[in-house]
Structure formats: structure tokens, C-alpha cells
Design a protein around this ligand. Structure first.
Ligand SMILES: *Cc1c(COP(=O)(O)O)cnc(C)c1O
Length: 396
């Protein structure tokens, strides 16, 4: 893939009519090295955040060896690219055929579940296998996170003990996992969840071999600037070590967003301006799903040199004919931006570039590599925080 210094160079080279995805392999590799070196346990990359084959290879090369997969298609994808990788099937509701294929053809030994019915399914689908790592998904609060994952999955604490004892009979290693919700803005989200893990273990009186604190590690967006990741890691380590578990118990995590948010940004073109609404060539059915559906604010920056007015607040319409193709923002751009101008939308590597659809005939985009820094980074080493840390939060 051809590589360019930055977004402006790409605009000058192509004047592109389609959106252009800008990938930053160095940023994803840096995030992966950070987790591989600093998380006090094993880091599984949550593939759903961005399943791009290039990205999977970058993460593997940078030291991520375990992958959290949630569908048989993700199992096949990662296995075909990375024959040596360890795959963990962490969706608590799977089809029997998916479990059988994952176990017999792709070497998957780790599965999550949150009901006795799912346990039965796993036992049958693997022919009563004796070499399984089974992780019980516990429901925990999402109150400290920007996106909830609390309602769909997870056994309630009141029912956890019975399920843990039941699962213990059918596995080699027993684990407990949870998800505090995506973009957890404080490490106390994990402290609170680990307290619930403690209660479940005490009640069940079983030996637990794996504690998996899930995803939720934040990235950096306008108005959402989290404390350093080291704070999360330190608190998780401290509360993990205080659990009533065996000395050899393992600590796992499943970062999605934190490993890939910095990987991609997007160049878009303004097709029309109506007041402070910009009609652009990507939107709710493209890389801006979260901007439309949960009013996520992504950083933006103008790419024209002749824009001189101070920033104003803009909202965006995407290219489809659908009223819902609307991103409220506010997004801060020079007040004199107009039709024909280009700008860059940052931090789209997680749940952004990966979500593009072809709805309404739009969705085509070219992808190129750029070598400049992402608009914000948690890993750059120039953190604007008085605490000494190599974990950073600077938005430019
Ligand atoms: C989505 C998901 C993740 C990744 O979550 P992030 O908030 O992106 O870190 C991890 N584990 C499970 C089970 C998930 O569903």
C-alpha cells in the first residue's frame, strides 16, 4: 500500500470524490506493544472492533497473540491469517455448529457462557471435551462507561454461584469474565466489577483459574479524555491479586477500542453547506455509525490552507437519502468552510472504518497508509498531565 505523510498530501494528490480511509500502522503497533508490555496479564484483541486483516497482522507482529472472536466468521478469518494465534470464543450465545467447527477445526478451547443451557450446548457440541477453558460471563454495571453492555449478556450475581459450580464439573480451567461497557472513563468501573467477581467466587466456593476483565479500555475523543491507562492497569492488578483465587490464576483482558481507535481516520469532502450543516460523502451507514446513533463526537480538522475564520460548531448529513443519516456533533471546523472543501475525521479505527456499508450505493472508499500521528493518542509519551507517565492524552 502506498504511503503518504498526511491527509493534506492525499487530498492534493487525488482530489478524491470518495472518502479516503487513512491507516496508521505505527499507531496500532504502539498500542499493542503498550498492552503486551504493561497490562499485568494476557491481552486478547476483541476482533469485532476492527477485523481488518492488515490490522490483525500488525497487532500480532507487535505481540498480541490472543484474539477474542464472537462469530464463526471471525474464527475462520483470524485462523486463516494467523495459524498460531490463540482464539477465544467469547460470545455467550453461540450456535452448536459454530462451537463444533471452532473446537474441531480451529483449535478453539476457550468459550464464554452465561446460562446452563449454553453450557449443555458446549458440552454436546464438543463431545464432552475435557480440555475446555470455560468463562462464566457475569453481569456488571455500565455506569462508568459511555456505551452500555450491561443489559444483553451476563448472569446475575444471584444466579452466578450455581452456574459456576455447574461449569466447574465440565471444564479444565474455570474463568469469570465481564464487560464494564465501552469507553470506561474511570478505572473504578473495573474495581466495582471485580468486587462482584469476589462476591460470586465466595458464594460459589469454587476454584477459579482465570479472571477476564473484558474490554472497555478507553481512547481519547473530544470531551472524553480518560486518565492514563496505567491507572487502570494498576488498580486492576491490585484488586485481582486480592481475590480469593489460586496463586497461579491468570488475569486476562479483551481490549477492542483501545488497541485500534488510533489506527484509522477518514478524509471526507463537503458536497453542500446549509447554515452550519455540512453535507458530506460519508455518514451513518459509513464510518460514522456511532456519530449518528449514539452522538459520539470525533475530532475533526480542516485540510484547506485558505480557511482563516475561527471555528464554529457544525453538524453533518451523510450521503444517503435517509434523514437518519445525520451526525449532530457539534464538530468544530473553520467558519468559512464550504462545498468542495475537504476535512479529516480522526479516531475512527474502532467501530468506525469497520462499519461501512454499501447502503444506497455509497460506501466505496480507498484506503492508504499515512505516517503522521493520529489526532489524539494515549500512547505517545507527551502526556499533558503532571503525573509522570508515558501514557498520553493530548488532543491537538
Ligand atoms: C465488544 C467487546 C469487547 C471490546 O470492547 P471495547 O470496549 O472495544 O474494548 C471485548 N469483549 C467482549 C465480550 C465484547 O463484546
Amino acid at each position: 500500500m502506498h504511503s503518504y505523510p498526511d491527509a493534506s498530501t492525499v487530498v492534493r494528490a487525488f482530489s478524491p470524490d470518495q472518502p479516503v480511509i487513512l491507516n496508521r500502522p505505527h499507531a496500532a503497533a504502539r498500542a499493542a506493544r503498550f498492552f503486551a508490555e504493561k497490562f499485568p496479564g494476557k491481552s486478547l484483541y476483541a476482533v469485532k472492533a476492527n477485523p481488518s486483516p492488515d490490522l490483525l497482522q500488525i497487532l500480532w507482529d507487535a505481540g498480541v497473540t490472543h484474539f477474542d472472536v464472537a462469530s464463526i466468521a471471525e474464527v475462520r478469518l483470524v485462523r486463516s491469517l494467523l495459524p498460531e494465534a490463540t482464539l477465544c470464543f467469547m460470545h455467550p450465545v453461540k450456535t452448536k455448529s459454530a462451537i463444533t467447527e471452532a473446537y474441531t477445526q480451529h483449535g478453539v478451547r476457550t468459550f464464554s457462557l452465561d446460562t446452563a443451557e449454553e453450557l449443555q450446548k458446549i458440552v454436546e457440541a464438543t463431545g464432552g471435551a475435557q480440555d475446555l477453558n470455560l468463562l462464566v460471563r457475569l453481569r456488571v454495571s455500565s455506569e462508568y462507561s459511555e456505551l452500555s453492555l450491561a443489559s444483553k449478556f451476563g448472569v446475575d450475581l444471584a444466579d452466578a454461584a450455581a452456574l459456576l459450580r455447574n461449569v466447574r464439573q465440565h471444564c479444565d480451567a474455570l474463568g469469570i469474565c465481564f464487560h464494564v461497557g465501552s469507553q470506561a472513563m474511570t478505572p473504578f468501573a473495573y474495581v466495582q466489577a471485580l468486587e462482584r467477581v469476589r462476591a460470586a467466587i465466595a458464594e460459589a466456593a469454587v476454584t477459579v483459574d482465570i479472571v477476564d476483565v473484558g474490554g472497555g479500555f478507553p481512547s481519547c475523543y473530544p470531551g472524553m479524555e480518560p486518565p492514563p491507562l496505567e491507572d487502570y492497569f494498576a488498580l486492576i492488578a491490585r484488586h485481582f491479586e486480592a481475590l480469593p483465587i489460586s496463586y497461579s490464576a491468570e488475569l486476562w483482558c479483551e481490549p477492542g477500542r483501545a488497541l485500534c481507535a488510533e489506527y484509522s481516520s477518514l478524509i471526507v469532502k463537503v458536497e453542500k453547506r446549509r447554515g452550519t450543516e455540512l453535507y458530506i460523502n460519508d455518514g451513518a451507514y459509513g464510518a460514522l455509525f456511532d456519530a449518528a446513533h449514539v452522538a459520539w463526537r470525533f475530532p475533526v480538522q480542516a485540510l484547506e490552507l485558505d480557511l482563516i475564520q475561527p471555528h464554529d460548531e457544525f453538524s453533518f448529513y451523510g450521503p444517503t437519502c435517509d434523514d437518519a443519516d445525520f451526525m449532530k456533533g457539534p464538530f468544530m471546523l473553520p467558519a468559512d468552510i464550504q462545498a468542495g472543501d475537504y476535512f479529516e475525521i480522526g479516531m475512527l479505527g474502532a467501530y468506525g472504518a469497520a462499519m461501512k456499508t454499501g447502503f444506497n450505493g455509497f460506501g466505496e472508499a480507498i484506503a492508504v497508509t499515512v505516517t503522521d500521528e493520529p489526532m489524539a493518542s494515549l500512547y505517545r509519551g507527551d502526556r499533558a498531565d503532571p503525573r509522570s507517565s508515558d501514557n498520553v492524552i493530548s488532543l491537538r
